[in-house]
Ligand binder design. Structure first.
Ligand code: FE2
Length: 366
């Protein structure tokens, strides 16, 4: 059911910012391995003596990587506590002050009072509220700004040309929260942010012989922003959500799904660069036709690339998951292509979680 609370018109995800130990090296990783282009930066050369940031873009996806230039800062504290991880999920809004007041009046915890920042290209108003763990939502109003990204950022001098991996949009952003915290955050997104509950997966949907989790997917009023929220469920062994929370030292963003317009092309390029993906057993593909019927793609190519398929009443989707891209076994990416299906690959959960358990075993955490 759509939530009627439309006081908070979030237009889309504006950018996602990671706090990392070494933004420069991370920028080249996402450029080479994921096909992003480094568009802009801010740091010492632009007058910021405290931090350095790189903006990476691919079609409508904007990622920002930020690291600290000083020993004691919010950034260095974040990295010390969580390792590299998502700090800001920023929304594009018409009116940042209104978004801030609306959410804070409904109980959101303050992070940043509406602040006007400007340069010769115009002005931006930005504000923020705290959400799960140390994660923050920013409300970015940029209708009076025509610069490259935000005031303080300058165009990055291209060092090499990068091929486009055909990753188009952010499809969904997933939160991992602690035991019995899922409904608290579902309630937050519903009452404070005006989201609705799109789908619920219980521990029977998402379990293997050993581990389990529960998930509810929240969606905003224009259906452009989807946030699944996971919590651990009881199993014989430690679930991947508990492992995440242990290594991330709290709740946080578990994965971002990047929407591809041609997943075979995207994954071929990523594999050729050396991106590591979770491997499902080859037997996964044995009954694919019985499970999914006709699909446009050549199954042998999907098998070679390890791309998973799931079908529902509306169509099908293709998806694949990277192994964690940070040192700690925390954050990873999903690459997804939708062919009618608006779901999240329920039919793949079991194979996927068995593959994750194999990785947990290698890490000695299960
Ligand atoms: Fe996902």
């Amino acid at each position: 059911m759509q939530n009627k609370n439309n006081n908070l018109p979030l237009l889309e995800i504006d950018f996602i910012e990671f706090y990392v130990g070494n933004a420069k090296q991370a920028a080249y990783f996402y450029q080479d391995y994921f096909g992003f282009e480094i568009i802009a930066f801010s740091g010492l050369e632009t007058g910021d003596k405290r931090k350095i940031s790189y903006l990476l873009v691919q079609h409508n996806i904007r990622l920002v990587l930020t690291s600290s230039l000083i020993p004691n800062s919010e950034i260095s504290d974040h990295v010390k506590s969580h390792g590299d991880g998502v700090k800001f999920i920023a929304f594009l809004v018409e009116d940042s002050k209104l978004a801030y007041l609306n959410t804070v009046n409904k109980g959101a915890e303050k992070y940043l009072l509406p602040k006007l920042i400007h340069d010769k290209n115009g002005e931006i108003i930005i504000s923020g509220i705290k959400v799960y763990g140390d994660t923050v939502h920013l409300f970015v109003e940029r209708k009076n700004y025509n610069g490259i990204f935000l005031p303080g950022f300058k165009k990055f001098k291209k060092i090499k040309s990068q091929i486009d991996f055909r990753l188009k949009n952010i499809d969904h952003v997933v939160a991992n929260v602690g035991w019995n915290q899922m409904n608290k955050w579902v309630n937050f997104y519903s009452t404070v942010m005006g989201f609705s509950n799109l789908i619920t997966f219980d521990d029977k949907d998402i379990s293997t012989k050993y581990t389990a989790l529960m998930s509810k997917v929240m969606i905003n009023s224009n259906n452009k922003i989807k946030f699944p929220i996971n919590e651990p469920a009881k199993g014989i062994k430690k679930s991947q959500i508990e492992e995440f929370i242990e290594f991330y030292n709290g709740s946080g963003c578990q994965h971002i799904a990047l929407l591809s317009e041609d997943i075979i092309f995207s994954v071929k390029n990523m594999r050729s660069k050396g991106v590591e993906f979770l491997e499902v057993p080859e037997t996964y593909y044995d009954n694919l036709f019985e499970r999914c019927g006709h699909i446009d793609e050549d199954i042998s190519i999907l098998t070679n690339l390890g791309i998973l398929v799931d079908k529902d009443e509306e169509g099908y989707l293709l998806q694949i998951f990277t192994k964690p891209v940070m040192d700690r076994p925390t954050f990873f990416f999903e690459i997804i292509q939708r062919k009618g299906s608006n779901s999240f690959g329920k039919g793949n959960f079991k194979a996927l979680f068995e593959a994750i358990e194999l990785e947990q075993k290698k890490r000695g955490t299960i």
